[in-house]
Structure formats: structure tokens, C-alpha cells
Design a protein around this ligand. Structure first.
Ligand SMILES: *Cc1c(COP(=O)(O)O)cnc(C)c1O
Length: 374
């Protein structure tokens, strides 16, 4: 009888420090009872991240989404924001929740980042900013985006949720644009369970700190802004301190996973992998694969189902495009996005996390290769 492996393989799974290490890290909280409000763990993590990401300022948040909203809020934007529809819901929702209008730009067919050759034709008198995404950790064409932004006097906010600890030409990814947002969600390369941060050089420290604390000015009774509550707690910051000690090891393990996938799935007709980006120090966040049904005779959805039968849960990430969300209907224009539309309908993100075993990566590849050779 055929052996079935019933162990579930999720698409993503958190990297976690040894339990003892975390317990030791949080034990002081039982003495100080300072659980939130920029306590010592928060202060320490912020400082460590400023060094680690080589950036002047880091502001920590309860999650990446609220960080992104805060970035748009702090830059005092009004009007239209040029962005990509090939992203997680958060990017588009942050724009909408800040009362701004997303204007969708198509993506590159190879790395799925915003197609910079199509940005300028979307600029109108109302355009105030560009919000690109370093999707799957693929770095956007930052030079060209910078040139366009300067020429048209636009702000640039990067959704760098996937790009933690990446470099481009030896420069930390946290340094590009006016502000970058990183997510520290449980399933991201670096996690604080839930969490996130903004990185920036301008003097926005006090404003951002007020906005995440109900708009209050620090050490004062004044409330000059309409803010929200988006603070990172001490227990979350403690998880970050532990995970940061292990980050190189987590990334190394992801690298092994992705190198195995690449060795098995490269140079196969009908299977498209993202090219390895030149000049980029990668973090191996995700492994997206585009299945060309016309060549393979089997489509992305069928591959998804076959894997699911083996308890392997690959994800149609990102499908649908955010421009096709019901909440975007009648609000934004979702036409003229042929590349994003094609990729979204044919891409599958295969399981990728630091604890994924190489034997399982091989098993996943075996199942896919068997299916497409039928
Ligand atoms: C995870 C993610 C976010 C939001 O992060 P949270 O920390 O979950 O709020 C934003 N953008 C992208 C592209 C993401 O993948």
C-alpha cells in the first residue's frame, strides 16, 4: 500500500528561540511590572534594530499594518498614491484607511515588483506619493523610483514587510525612500509574534511616537494629534530581542530550503522562478513559483490541490490582486494590469520557513514534478 505522510506542512511557520531563552528574557518583567509604554525591552530592541538595519531612526509598532498607516499619516499626505496591486491586503488598505486613493501600477514579469516604466504615466496633479513593495524580498528598482519621486516631488514609502535584513549594493534596504515599513508578524523572517517598525532619517521621531500613543505629546498633557494605540509591548519586544540573536541562523536555514527548491525546479519548461537579483543580499523570505498551464497542461490550482492531498499547504499568494477586492470597487481603477493579473492567477508560494526539513522540500518537489510529467 502507498504510504501517506499525514504530517501537515504549512506554507509558513514561525521561527522561535529556545523557550528557556525567552523565559529568561521576560523574567525581569515580573519584578518591574513594566509591561508596555517604551519599557527597557522596547528601548533595547529599538536601539539594536537601528544598529542592525543601519538606519538613523526606528519606531516600533504593535504590527506592520499600523506602522504603515502611521507612515502615511505622519507625511501628511492627500490625494493619490501610486502603488502595486500585487501585495498583501495591508498595503492597499493602509492607503484607503488614511483617506487616500490607491492608483495601481502594473508589475515586472520577472521579480513582480512595481514596473517603474509605467509609474510616470500614472502621475496626476493629485499624486502625493509612491508606495512600492519589495515583494517576496525582491528589491524594487529603488534608483529609478528615487529619480521619479525627486522629479515630481513625491514622497516614497516602501512596504518592506518581506525585506528584513536585506542589502542592495551594500546598502541596507531600510535606508531607501522617505520611510520603510517592516512587519514582525509571526510568519515573517524576523518576528516579535506581532509587531513592526518604521525606519527613516527625517526628524519624525516625536510625531510618530505621539501618533501611536493616542496623539499625546510625550511627558505633557497636550494632545495635538488624532492618533491611535499602536505601541509594541514588552513581551513582544522581548521575543524580538531573542529572535534577533538567532536571525543569521534562521536566514541560513531558509537559504538551504530555497537552494534545494532551486536545484530541483530550475530550467523546467513551464515553471518560472524569480531570477536571483544581482547586488542583493537576500533574506530568503518566500519561494514563489509561476506555473504556465499552457506549457505544463496542469494549472496552479490543480498543483495546489494535489499538494493539499498530501497535507502540504502552498498558498496562492498574492491572489486575488488587491485591486480586485470588493472594497476597492468603484473606488479605484483595476484595469490595465495584465502582468499582475497573469502572475496572480498562476503563482504559488511553496512552503518556506527555517524549520522546514530538506527531506520535505524534496518531497514537495517530487510531488510537483510527478504531477507535471503526467
Ligand atoms: C505582513 C505584511 C504586511 C502587514 O504586516 P502585519 O505585521 O501583519 O500587520 C504588510 N505588507 C505586506 C506585503 C505583508 O506581507
Amino acid at each position: 500500500m502507498k504510504e501517506t505522510n499525514s504530517r501537515v506542512i504549512p506554507v509558513v511557520s514561525p521561527s522561535m528561540p529556545p523557550l528557556d531563552e525567552y523565559i529568561e528574557e521576560i523574567s525581569s518583567l515580573w519584578e518591574t511590572k513594566q509591561l508596555t509604554h517604551s519599557g527597557p525591552k522596547h528601548v533595547k530592541l529599538q536601539k539594536q534594530l537601528e544598529d542592525f538595519l543601519e538606519v538613523e531612526h526606528v519606531t516600533l509598532y504593535a504590527n506592520g499594518h499600523l506602522a504603515l498607516e502611521a507612515a502615511l499619516d505622519a507625511l501628511n499626505l492627500e490625494g493619490e498614491v501610486i502603488t502595486t496591486p500585487f501585495t498583501f491586503a495591508s498595503t492597499t488598505q493602509a492607503i484607503l484607511r488614511q483617506g487616500l486613493k490607491p492608483v495601481f501600477c502594473d508589475i515586472n514579469p520577472d521579480d513582480y515588483t512595481i514596473d517603474v516604466s509605467k509609474i510616470e504615466e500614472l502621475i496626476t496633479k493629485k499624486t502625493c506619493a509612491i508606495l512600492p513593495v519589495h515583494v517576496y524580498g525582491n528589491i524594487c528598482n529603488v534608483e529609478e523610483i528615487d529619480r521619479i519621486a525627486k522629479k515630481h516631488n513625491l514622497k516614497v514609502i516602501y512596504d518592506a514587510a518581506h525585506a528584513f535584513h536585506e542589502d542592495y549594493k551594500g546598502r541596507s534596504v531600510a535606508k531607501f525612500g522617505d520611510i520603510s515599513m517592516f512587519s514582525f508578524h509571526a510568519t515573517k523572517v524576523f518576528n516579535t509574534v506581532e509587531g513592526g517598525c518604521l525606519t527613516y532619517c527625517d526628524d519624525l521621531v516625536d510625531l510618530l511616537n505621539s501618533l501611536k500613543q493616542f496623539g499625546q505629546k510625550r511627558n505633557s498633557d497636550e494632545v495635538p494629534y488624532i492618533g491611535t494605540n499602536a505601541k509594541m509591548t514588552e513581551v513582544h519586544a522581548a521575543m524580538g530581542l531573542c529572535n534577533l540573536r538567532h536571525i543569521e541562523e534562521y536566514i541560513e536555514k531558509r537559504k538551504n530550503v530555497i537552494e534545494c527548491y532551486r536545484s530541483r525546479l530550475s530550467n523546467i519548461d513551464g515553471i518560472r522562478l524569480c531570477p536571483i537579483q544581482q547586488d542583493v543580499k537576500n533574506n530568503y523570505a518566500y519561494f514563489p513559483v509561476v506555473f504556465d498551464a499552457a506549457v505544463l497542461g496542469v494549472n496552479r490550482d490543480q498543483i495546489t490541490d494535489v499538494l493539499a492531498k498530501h497535507n502540504i499547504y502552498a498558498r496562492k499568494y498574492f491572489y486575488p490582486l488587491t485591486s480586485d477586492f470588493e472594497c476597492c470597487e468603484n473606488v479605484c481603477d483595476s484595469a490595465n494590469l495584465p502582468v499582475a493579473d497573469y502572475i496572480s492567477k498562476n503563482v504559488l508560494t511553496l512552503p518556506c520557513y527555517s524549520d522546514l526539513e530538506i527531506a520535505d522540500v524534496n518531497r514537495i518537489c517530487d510531488i510537483i514534478l510527478t504531477e507535471i510529467s503526467k
